[in-house]
Design a protein around this ligand. Sequence first.
Ligand code: ZN
Length: 401
Amino acid sequence: MQVRDSSTDRLVVAAAGQDATLYVCGITPYDATHLGHAATYVAFDVLGRAWRDAGHRVRYASNVTDVDDPLLERATATGVDWRDLAAEQTALYAEDMTALAVIPPDVYSGVVEVIPAVVAAVEVLLAAGAAYRVPTPDALVDDGLGDVYADLTADIDFGAVAGLDDDTMRTLSHERGGDPDRPGKRAPLDPLLWRRERAGEPAWDGGSLGRGRPGWHIECAVIARDALGLPFDVEGGGSDLQFPHHEMSTSHARLLDEGRGARVHLHTGMVGLDGHKMSKSRGNLVLVSRLREEGVDPMAVRAAILAHRYRDDWDWTDESLRSAQERIEFWRRAVSGNGGPDAESTLAGVRAALADDLDTPTALALIDDWSHLSLAGTADPVEGAPGVISRTLDALLGIRL
Ligand code: ZN
């Protein structure tokens, strides 16, 4: 099973040993679950299925960023308690994933569940000189402890995940939750590890750090380390997480554990809508829950996703859904008999396609080929062949006919 590492653009073996370990960054629970999220979790679900089929013991961990600025902002804007918003959206996400036949993670952790572990990790980084305090005159209690930031100069491998130049990193940091212009930092890119309590914001006991809440990247570093151990095989997520999120979380993990982080990074493409990037600000999010309400077969949604290579950017259109629905119907007709064309070579072909960097479009095309032959009628039908195709679709691609 080979995958193309986003950091090196080289094909690498996906799992180093018998145990295959995967961490996929979870949602921030507001506006769950749009097609971009769905495409990411379906892609890594197929990786897990291919690993299991190849005989690996799979351990999969994910998180839910249930305390974060965008969640708190949404809760304030809509007058909902942030805890209620997070719980409601996390439940909706779980329903969507069940409908899409995504096998749940072995470890699914909220940030609020790991705060003591994050505090301990930040204390380790401070003691090692890999983190520093920044004054917080606006904190609820300004006791001089300050917010804590990572000092990126402590990590000689910083930059290896995304391989970007300084200007690009600074721009992306600004766009994606960083604070490059915060006064008092040693360097613009240094990421927040611990934020002291501000008026109106949730906060937890932070031991020697003082009351506050964790930064985004350290959460994933700690959850992945504690769930999977370091190093682990694959860290995944949407391509907008490569920088800064995966660059920073991998850097934190390396400093916490003698240079060990994720072995391979895989990133899924962005899903647009009719030529535009799907975004909250544009208001063009296609939600899985809304499609389900409209009566759309979740298996057609899954087939529409898998018709694209996971790493490619693509557009969700009415046509992509319609052709996936037709495809599912076509397959259902093709497997309806007792016998059909021999399916063993199709199964082998699907396995080979997935082992080649999760080439799901080729896998689906092989099922199409078999289905055409089946519906054309075969002179020498093999009993049970349609069942092999149904089970191939179910077990390897997560599509139940
Ligand atoms: Zn993450």
